[in-house]
Design a protein around this ligand. Structure first.
Ligand code: HAM
Length: 428
Protein backbone atom coordinates (compact mmCIF):
# COMPACT_ATOMS: atom_id res chain seq x y z
CA UNK A 1 0.00 0.00 0.00
CA UNK A 2 3.00 2.26 0.53
CA UNK A 3 3.87 1.72 -3.13
CA UNK A 4 0.34 2.44 -4.24
CA UNK A 5 0.33 5.62 -2.18
CA UNK A 6 3.59 6.69 -3.75
CA UNK A 7 2.24 6.00 -7.23
CA UNK A 8 -0.92 7.96 -6.57
CA UNK A 9 0.92 11.00 -5.34
CA UNK A 10 3.72 10.88 -7.83
CA UNK A 11 3.77 14.08 -9.82
CA UNK A 12 5.68 14.86 -12.96
CA UNK A 13 8.72 16.91 -12.05
CA UNK A 14 8.50 20.05 -14.14
CA UNK A 15 11.21 22.50 -15.15
CA UNK A 16 12.11 25.26 -12.71
CA UNK A 17 9.94 28.40 -13.05
CA UNK A 18 11.44 30.76 -15.60
CA UNK A 19 13.60 27.98 -17.13
CA UNK A 20 12.43 26.95 -20.56
CA UNK A 21 13.00 23.98 -22.84
CA UNK A 22 13.74 24.72 -26.47
CA UNK A 23 12.18 22.00 -28.57
CA UNK A 24 12.54 21.07 -32.23
CA UNK A 25 11.82 22.63 -34.67
CA UNK A 26 12.54 25.83 -32.64
CA UNK A 27 16.08 24.52 -32.08
CA UNK A 28 16.65 24.61 -35.85
CA UNK A 29 15.85 28.30 -35.85
CA UNK A 30 18.28 28.77 -32.97
CA UNK A 31 21.02 26.99 -34.88
CA UNK A 32 20.34 29.09 -37.96
CA UNK A 33 20.60 32.29 -35.89
CA UNK A 34 23.80 31.12 -34.26
CA UNK A 35 25.39 30.13 -37.55
CA UNK A 36 24.45 33.45 -39.12
CA UNK A 37 26.02 35.30 -36.18
CA UNK A 38 29.15 33.17 -36.37
CA UNK A 39 29.54 33.85 -40.10
CA UNK A 40 29.05 37.58 -39.84
CA UNK A 41 31.08 38.07 -36.67
CA UNK A 42 33.98 36.19 -38.22
CA UNK A 43 33.84 38.50 -41.24
CA UNK A 44 34.39 41.34 -38.79
CA UNK A 45 37.39 39.60 -37.22
CA UNK A 46 35.78 38.12 -34.11
CA UNK A 47 36.87 34.80 -32.66
CA UNK A 48 34.89 32.57 -30.36
CA UNK A 49 35.55 32.26 -26.64
CA UNK A 50 33.78 29.89 -24.25
CA UNK A 51 33.67 30.84 -20.60
CA UNK A 52 32.29 28.93 -17.60
CA UNK A 53 28.69 29.30 -16.41
CA UNK A 54 29.83 29.60 -12.83
CA UNK A 55 32.12 32.32 -11.50
CA UNK A 56 33.20 33.69 -8.14
CA UNK A 57 30.46 36.01 -6.88
CA UNK A 58 32.92 38.88 -6.43
CA UNK A 59 33.46 39.07 -10.20
CA UNK A 60 29.90 40.21 -10.80
CA UNK A 61 29.69 42.33 -7.65
CA UNK A 62 32.72 44.26 -8.79
CA UNK A 63 32.04 44.10 -12.52
CA UNK A 64 28.31 44.77 -12.85
CA UNK A 65 28.06 46.96 -9.73
CA UNK A 66 26.61 46.48 -6.23
CA UNK A 67 23.75 48.92 -6.77
CA UNK A 68 22.35 47.32 -9.93
CA UNK A 69 19.14 45.28 -9.87
CA UNK A 70 21.10 42.30 -11.14
CA UNK A 71 23.55 42.19 -8.24
CA UNK A 72 21.10 43.44 -5.64
CA UNK A 73 18.33 40.95 -6.22
CA UNK A 74 18.62 38.77 -9.30
CA UNK A 75 21.73 36.62 -9.01
CA UNK A 76 21.69 32.89 -8.38
CA UNK A 77 24.34 32.90 -5.68
CA UNK A 78 25.17 30.01 -3.39
CA UNK A 79 27.92 28.80 -1.12
CA UNK A 80 29.41 25.62 -2.52
CA UNK A 81 30.68 22.66 -0.53
CA UNK A 82 34.07 24.31 -0.27
CA UNK A 83 32.51 27.37 1.41
CA UNK A 84 33.09 29.57 -1.61
CA UNK A 85 30.44 32.02 -2.80
CA UNK A 86 29.69 31.24 -6.44
CA UNK A 87 27.21 32.73 -8.90
CA UNK A 88 25.60 31.48 -12.09
CA UNK A 89 26.61 34.16 -14.57
CA UNK A 90 23.91 36.78 -15.15
CA UNK A 91 25.75 38.10 -18.23
CA UNK A 92 28.93 37.33 -20.18
CA UNK A 93 30.94 40.56 -20.27
CA UNK A 94 32.49 40.21 -16.81
CA UNK A 95 33.47 36.59 -17.51
CA UNK A 96 34.99 37.44 -20.90
CA UNK A 97 37.13 40.13 -19.27
CA UNK A 98 38.09 37.82 -16.45
CA UNK A 99 39.35 35.34 -19.05
CA UNK A 100 41.04 38.13 -21.05
CA UNK A 101 42.97 39.13 -17.92
CA UNK A 102 43.63 35.63 -16.61
CA UNK A 103 45.24 34.64 -19.92
CA UNK A 104 46.83 38.07 -20.45
CA UNK A 105 45.48 38.26 -24.01
CA UNK A 106 46.41 41.96 -24.04
CA UNK A 107 50.07 40.92 -24.17
CA UNK A 108 49.64 39.19 -27.51
CA UNK A 109 47.42 41.63 -29.40
CA UNK A 110 46.37 45.27 -29.26
CA UNK A 111 42.84 44.60 -30.46
CA UNK A 112 40.94 41.58 -29.17
CA UNK A 113 37.56 40.78 -30.69
CA UNK A 114 35.69 37.96 -28.98
CA UNK A 115 32.20 36.52 -29.16
CA UNK A 116 30.44 33.88 -27.15
CA UNK A 117 26.94 32.52 -26.75
CA UNK A 118 25.14 30.55 -24.11
CA UNK A 119 22.79 30.63 -21.12
CA UNK A 120 22.66 33.42 -18.52
CA UNK A 121 20.76 33.41 -15.25
CA UNK A 122 18.79 36.18 -13.57
CA UNK A 123 16.06 35.67 -11.00
CA UNK A 124 13.65 38.17 -12.52
CA UNK A 125 9.87 37.96 -12.51
CA UNK A 126 9.16 35.61 -15.44
CA UNK A 127 6.89 36.93 -18.19
CA UNK A 128 6.74 36.89 -21.96
CA UNK A 129 10.27 37.47 -23.24
CA UNK A 130 11.72 37.42 -19.74
CA UNK A 131 13.12 34.23 -18.28
CA UNK A 132 15.32 33.22 -15.40
CA UNK A 133 17.53 31.22 -17.70
CA UNK A 134 17.90 32.98 -21.02
CA UNK A 135 20.53 32.98 -23.74
CA UNK A 136 22.72 35.66 -25.18
CA UNK A 137 25.02 36.09 -28.14
CA UNK A 138 27.70 38.37 -26.80
CA UNK A 139 30.46 40.27 -28.63
CA UNK A 140 33.24 42.34 -27.09
CA UNK A 141 36.08 44.44 -28.53
CA UNK A 142 38.94 45.03 -26.12
CA UNK A 143 41.75 47.51 -26.73
CA UNK A 144 40.73 50.49 -28.87
CA UNK A 145 38.89 53.46 -27.39
CA UNK A 146 38.24 55.43 -30.58
CA UNK A 147 34.72 56.24 -31.81
CA UNK A 148 35.17 54.29 -35.07
CA UNK A 149 35.32 51.10 -33.05
CA UNK A 150 31.93 51.94 -31.56
CA UNK A 151 30.55 52.54 -35.06
CA UNK A 152 32.08 49.33 -36.40
CA UNK A 153 30.56 47.23 -33.64
CA UNK A 154 27.11 48.78 -34.12
CA UNK A 155 27.46 48.29 -37.86
CA UNK A 156 28.17 44.60 -37.41
CA UNK A 157 25.20 44.21 -35.09
CA UNK A 158 22.80 45.90 -37.49
CA UNK A 159 24.17 43.93 -40.43
CA UNK A 160 23.48 40.72 -38.51
CA UNK A 161 19.93 41.74 -37.58
CA UNK A 162 19.25 42.77 -41.17
CA UNK A 163 20.45 39.41 -42.39
CA UNK A 164 17.78 37.76 -40.22
CA UNK A 165 15.19 39.96 -41.95
CA UNK A 166 13.75 41.36 -38.72
CA UNK A 167 11.11 44.00 -39.32
CA UNK A 168 10.69 47.36 -37.52
CA UNK A 169 13.89 47.60 -35.54
CA UNK A 170 14.85 50.74 -33.64
CA UNK A 171 18.47 51.45 -32.86
CA UNK A 172 18.86 53.94 -30.03
CA UNK A 173 22.14 55.40 -28.87
CA UNK A 174 23.24 57.56 -25.99
CA UNK A 175 26.38 58.63 -24.17
CA UNK A 176 26.74 58.00 -20.45
CA UNK A 177 29.82 60.17 -20.14
CA UNK A 178 32.65 59.42 -17.75
CA UNK A 179 33.83 60.01 -14.18
CA UNK A 180 34.32 63.66 -15.09
CA UNK A 181 30.79 64.37 -16.32
CA UNK A 182 28.75 62.31 -13.93
CA UNK A 183 29.32 64.05 -10.54
CA UNK A 184 27.91 67.43 -11.68
CA UNK A 185 25.01 65.61 -13.36
CA UNK A 186 24.32 63.67 -10.17
CA UNK A 187 24.25 66.92 -8.23
CA UNK A 188 21.80 68.37 -10.78
CA UNK A 189 19.47 65.39 -10.47
CA UNK A 190 19.58 65.66 -6.70
CA UNK A 191 18.65 69.29 -6.71
CA UNK A 192 15.93 68.73 -9.35
CA UNK A 193 14.31 66.04 -7.23
CA UNK A 194 14.74 67.84 -3.92
CA UNK A 195 11.35 68.10 -2.26
CA UNK A 196 9.87 65.44 -4.57
CA UNK A 197 11.57 62.42 -3.00
CA UNK A 198 8.38 61.42 -1.24
CA UNK A 199 6.55 61.07 -4.55
CA UNK A 200 9.11 58.62 -5.94
CA UNK A 201 8.75 54.88 -5.55
CA UNK A 202 10.81 53.22 -2.83
CA UNK A 203 13.23 51.81 -5.43
CA UNK A 204 13.91 55.27 -6.85
CA UNK A 205 14.40 56.76 -3.39
CA UNK A 206 17.04 54.14 -2.82
CA UNK A 207 18.56 54.71 -6.29
CA UNK A 208 18.82 58.39 -5.51
CA UNK A 209 21.34 57.46 -2.82
CA UNK A 210 23.14 54.56 -4.52
CA UNK A 211 23.10 55.52 -8.20
CA UNK A 212 20.90 58.47 -9.28
CA UNK A 213 21.39 57.70 -12.99
CA UNK A 214 19.27 54.62 -12.50
CA UNK A 215 16.09 56.58 -11.72
CA UNK A 216 15.69 56.98 -15.50
CA UNK A 217 15.36 53.23 -15.72
CA UNK A 218 12.27 53.16 -13.47
CA UNK A 219 9.19 51.56 -14.98
CA UNK A 220 6.74 53.17 -12.51
CA UNK A 221 4.60 55.72 -14.38
CA UNK A 222 4.49 58.35 -11.65
CA UNK A 223 8.30 58.30 -11.44
CA UNK A 224 8.57 58.71 -15.21
CA UNK A 225 6.19 61.68 -15.01
CA UNK A 226 8.29 63.38 -12.32
CA UNK A 227 11.43 62.76 -14.37
CA UNK A 228 10.00 64.06 -17.64
CA UNK A 229 11.50 67.49 -17.04
CA UNK A 230 14.68 66.29 -15.33
CA UNK A 231 18.13 67.43 -16.44
CA UNK A 232 19.79 65.12 -18.95
CA UNK A 233 23.32 63.76 -18.88
CA UNK A 234 23.88 64.85 -22.47
CA UNK A 235 23.94 68.46 -21.27
CA UNK A 236 26.69 67.65 -18.78
CA UNK A 237 29.10 65.75 -21.04
CA UNK A 238 32.70 66.91 -20.72
CA UNK A 239 34.35 68.10 -23.98
CA UNK A 240 36.21 64.80 -24.71
CA UNK A 241 33.03 62.74 -24.12
CA UNK A 242 30.99 65.12 -26.23
CA UNK A 243 33.55 64.92 -29.04
CA UNK A 244 33.60 61.12 -28.83
CA UNK A 245 29.83 60.95 -29.11
CA UNK A 246 29.71 63.36 -32.06
CA UNK A 247 32.32 61.27 -33.85
CA UNK A 248 30.40 58.05 -33.22
CA UNK A 249 27.41 59.64 -34.90
CA UNK A 250 29.33 61.02 -37.86
CA UNK A 251 30.98 57.64 -38.28
CA UNK A 252 27.57 55.91 -38.26
CA UNK A 253 26.36 58.48 -40.77
CA UNK A 254 28.85 57.09 -43.30
CA UNK A 255 26.54 54.10 -43.59
CA UNK A 256 22.96 53.64 -44.50
CA UNK A 257 21.87 53.22 -40.90
CA UNK A 258 18.90 54.69 -39.05
CA UNK A 259 19.32 55.47 -35.38
CA UNK A 260 17.71 57.66 -32.78
CA UNK A 261 19.33 59.53 -29.90
CA UNK A 262 17.74 58.55 -26.60
CA UNK A 263 19.15 60.72 -23.80
CA UNK A 264 17.15 58.80 -21.18
CA UNK A 265 18.62 55.39 -21.95
CA UNK A 266 20.81 54.52 -18.97
CA UNK A 267 21.27 50.72 -19.22
CA UNK A 268 21.04 48.42 -16.23
CA UNK A 269 24.71 47.70 -15.56
CA UNK A 270 27.17 50.01 -13.85
CA UNK A 271 30.23 49.51 -16.02
CA UNK A 272 29.22 51.70 -18.95
CA UNK A 273 30.99 54.88 -19.99
CA UNK A 274 30.33 56.98 -23.08
CA UNK A 275 28.50 55.22 -25.95
CA UNK A 276 25.58 52.96 -25.06
CA UNK A 277 22.98 51.51 -27.38
CA UNK A 278 19.89 49.34 -27.49
CA UNK A 279 17.83 47.74 -30.22
CA UNK A 280 14.11 47.36 -29.69
CA UNK A 281 11.29 46.20 -31.90
CA UNK A 282 8.27 48.49 -32.12
CA UNK A 283 5.72 45.84 -31.26
CA UNK A 284 7.71 44.52 -28.32
CA UNK A 285 7.71 47.77 -26.35
CA UNK A 286 10.64 49.85 -25.22
CA UNK A 287 11.24 47.79 -22.08
CA UNK A 288 11.92 44.72 -24.11
CA UNK A 289 15.20 45.50 -25.79
CA UNK A 290 16.47 42.66 -27.93
CA UNK A 291 20.04 43.97 -27.78
CA UNK A 292 21.88 46.06 -25.22
CA UNK A 293 25.46 47.21 -25.22
CA UNK A 294 27.97 49.93 -24.76
CA UNK A 295 31.46 51.09 -23.99
CA UNK A 296 33.20 50.33 -20.69
CA UNK A 297 36.47 52.18 -20.43
CA UNK A 298 37.27 51.26 -16.81
CA UNK A 299 35.90 47.75 -16.37
CA UNK A 300 39.17 46.03 -17.25
CA UNK A 301 41.01 48.21 -14.74
CA UNK A 302 38.28 47.76 -12.12
CA UNK A 303 38.65 44.00 -12.43
CA UNK A 304 42.35 44.31 -11.63
CA UNK A 305 43.78 44.64 -15.14
CA UNK A 306 45.61 47.36 -17.04
CA UNK A 307 43.88 50.49 -18.29
CA UNK A 308 42.27 49.02 -21.39
CA UNK A 309 39.01 50.11 -22.99
CA UNK A 310 36.25 47.87 -24.17
CA UNK A 311 32.91 47.92 -25.91
CA UNK A 312 30.40 45.18 -26.56
CA UNK A 313 26.80 44.08 -26.83
CA UNK A 314 24.60 41.15 -25.95
CA UNK A 315 21.66 39.94 -27.99
CA UNK A 316 18.81 38.21 -26.15
CA UNK A 317 18.39 34.93 -27.97
CA UNK A 318 14.79 34.20 -26.93
CA UNK A 319 13.63 37.67 -27.93
CA UNK A 320 15.53 37.48 -31.20
CA UNK A 321 14.17 34.03 -32.04
CA UNK A 322 10.61 35.20 -31.32
CA UNK A 323 10.90 37.88 -34.01
CA UNK A 324 12.95 35.91 -36.54
CA UNK A 325 10.94 34.49 -39.43
CA UNK A 326 11.27 30.77 -40.02
CA UNK A 327 14.53 30.23 -41.95
CA UNK A 328 14.11 29.43 -45.61
CA UNK A 329 15.71 26.08 -46.32
CA UNK A 330 15.19 23.77 -49.27
CA UNK A 331 15.91 20.61 -47.37
CA UNK A 332 12.93 18.61 -46.23
CA UNK A 333 12.85 17.82 -42.53
CA UNK A 334 12.02 14.18 -43.06
CA UNK A 335 14.22 11.21 -43.99
CA UNK A 336 15.08 10.37 -47.56
CA UNK A 337 14.25 6.72 -47.06
CA UNK A 338 12.09 4.71 -44.69
CA UNK A 339 12.77 0.98 -44.59
CA UNK A 340 9.66 -0.98 -43.70
CA UNK A 341 10.10 -4.58 -42.61
CA UNK A 342 7.81 -7.43 -43.50
CA UNK A 343 8.36 -10.28 -41.01
CA UNK A 344 11.00 -10.59 -38.29
CA UNK A 345 13.49 -12.49 -40.40
CA UNK A 346 14.18 -9.45 -42.55
CA UNK A 347 15.08 -7.28 -39.59
CA UNK A 348 18.83 -7.89 -39.38
CA UNK A 349 19.33 -7.29 -43.11
CA UNK A 350 17.27 -4.09 -42.93
CA UNK A 351 19.13 -2.92 -39.84
CA UNK A 352 22.47 -3.46 -41.62
CA UNK A 353 21.31 -1.64 -44.74
CA UNK A 354 19.98 1.25 -42.69
CA UNK A 355 23.31 1.61 -40.90
CA UNK A 356 25.33 1.35 -44.14
CA UNK A 357 23.37 4.18 -45.70
CA UNK A 358 23.61 6.33 -42.59
CA UNK A 359 27.39 5.87 -42.56
CA UNK A 360 27.31 7.37 -46.05
CA UNK A 361 25.34 10.35 -44.82
CA UNK A 362 21.90 9.33 -46.12
CA UNK A 363 19.00 10.10 -43.76
CA UNK A 364 17.29 6.76 -43.21
CA UNK A 365 14.68 5.75 -40.67
CA UNK A 366 13.23 2.36 -39.73
CA UNK A 367 11.12 0.78 -37.01
CA UNK A 368 12.53 -1.49 -34.32
CA UNK A 369 9.34 -2.60 -32.70
CA UNK A 370 8.21 -5.43 -35.00
CA UNK A 371 4.99 -3.54 -35.73
CA UNK A 372 2.61 -4.19 -38.57
CA UNK A 373 3.47 -3.05 -42.10
CA UNK A 374 0.49 -0.72 -41.93
CA UNK A 375 1.72 1.09 -38.85
CA UNK A 376 5.25 1.28 -40.26
CA UNK A 377 3.90 2.89 -43.42
CA UNK A 378 1.88 5.28 -41.29
CA UNK A 379 5.05 6.37 -39.54
CA UNK A 380 6.89 6.77 -42.87
CA UNK A 381 4.05 9.02 -43.94
CA UNK A 382 4.13 11.04 -40.75
CA UNK A 383 7.87 11.55 -41.04
CA UNK A 384 7.32 12.69 -44.63
CA UNK A 385 9.92 10.28 -45.92
CA UNK A 386 10.62 10.77 -49.61
CA UNK A 387 11.03 7.04 -50.37
CA UNK A 388 10.03 3.82 -48.68
CA UNK A 389 11.46 0.40 -49.24
CA UNK A 390 9.61 -2.71 -48.14
CA UNK A 391 11.94 -5.53 -47.15
CA UNK A 392 10.59 -9.03 -46.54
CA UNK A 393 12.02 -12.53 -46.61
CA UNK A 394 11.28 -12.83 -50.34
CA UNK A 395 12.94 -9.52 -51.20
CA UNK A 396 16.04 -10.56 -49.34
CA UNK A 397 16.12 -13.98 -51.01
CA UNK A 398 15.58 -12.50 -54.48
CA UNK A 399 17.79 -9.48 -53.74
CA UNK A 400 15.13 -7.24 -55.21
CA UNK A 401 12.71 -4.79 -53.62
CA UNK A 402 10.19 -2.10 -54.50
CA UNK A 403 11.32 1.44 -53.91
CA UNK A 404 8.29 3.64 -53.54
CA UNK A 405 8.34 7.35 -54.17
CA UNK A 406 5.85 8.64 -51.62
CA UNK A 407 5.38 12.01 -53.27
CA UNK A 408 4.89 10.83 -56.85
CA UNK A 409 3.14 7.60 -55.74
CA UNK A 410 5.28 5.58 -58.14
CA UNK A 411 7.41 2.56 -57.51
CA UNK A 412 10.40 0.99 -59.15
CA UNK A 413 12.00 -2.35 -58.62
CA UNK A 414 15.60 -2.04 -57.57
CA UNK A 415 18.38 -4.50 -56.99
CA UNK A 416 19.37 -4.71 -53.34
CA UNK A 417 23.07 -4.94 -54.20
CA UNK A 418 22.81 -1.57 -55.88
CA UNK A 419 20.56 0.09 -53.38
CA UNK A 420 23.26 2.28 -51.92
CA UNK A 421 24.26 3.68 -55.31
CA UNK A 422 20.61 4.12 -56.29
CA UNK A 423 19.66 5.96 -53.12
CA UNK A 424 22.75 8.13 -53.10
CA UNK A 425 22.13 8.92 -56.79
CA UNK A 426 18.52 9.85 -55.98
CA UNK A 427 19.61 12.20 -53.28
CA UNK A 428 21.67 14.25 -55.73
P1 HAM B 1 21.60 43.50 -20.84
O1 HAM B 1 20.89 44.69 -21.39
O2 HAM B 1 21.44 43.23 -19.39
O3 HAM B 1 23.12 43.67 -21.21
O4 HAM B 1 21.13 42.21 -21.63
C1 HAM B 1 21.23 42.14 -23.04
C2 HAM B 1 20.01 41.47 -23.63
O5 HAM B 1 19.79 40.20 -23.01
C3 HAM B 1 18.69 42.21 -23.41
O6 HAM B 1 18.53 43.23 -24.35
C4 HAM B 1 17.68 41.11 -23.58
O7 HAM B 1 17.42 40.88 -24.96
C5 HAM B 1 18.41 39.90 -23.03
N1 HAM B 1 17.92 39.63 -21.66
C6 HAM B 1 18.33 40.19 -20.51
N2 HAM B 1 17.66 39.69 -19.46
C7 HAM B 1 16.79 38.79 -19.97
C8 HAM B 1 15.81 37.91 -19.40
N3 HAM B 1 15.60 37.84 -18.09
N4 HAM B 1 15.10 37.11 -20.24
C9 HAM B 1 15.31 37.14 -21.58
N5 HAM B 1 16.22 37.93 -22.16
C10 HAM B 1 16.95 38.75 -21.38
C11 HAM B 1 24.10 42.77 -20.88
O8 HAM B 1 23.90 41.66 -20.46
C12 HAM B 1 25.49 43.27 -21.19
N6 HAM B 1 26.45 42.23 -20.78
C13 HAM B 1 25.63 43.59 -22.66
C14 HAM B 1 27.00 44.08 -23.00
C15 HAM B 1 28.01 43.34 -23.54
N7 HAM B 1 27.47 45.29 -22.78
C16 HAM B 1 28.74 45.34 -23.17
N8 HAM B 1 29.08 44.16 -23.62
Amino acid sequence: SENLKRLLFMEIITAVRGFKDVLPPETEKWRYIEETARDIFQTFGFREIRVPLLEKTALFQRGIGESTDIVEKEMYTFVDRGDESLTLRPEATASVIRAYLEHALYNTETVTKLFTSGPMFRRERPQKGRYRQFHQIDAEILGPDDPHTDAELILMLMHFLKKLELPHLNLEINSLGCDQCRPPFRAAIHSFLRGQEEKLCSDCRRRLVTNPLRVFDCKVESCAAILSGAPLLQDFLCPPCREHFVKVQSSLDLFDLCYRLNPKMVRGLDYYTRTTFEVTQESHGAQNAVVGGGRYDHLVRDLGGPDISGIGFAIGFERLAAMTPKPKTDASDGPLLFIAILGDSAFDEAFRLCNRLRMKGVRVEMDHGGRSLKSQMKRADKLQSVYTLILGEREIAEKKALLRNMRASTQTEIHLDQIEETIIELER
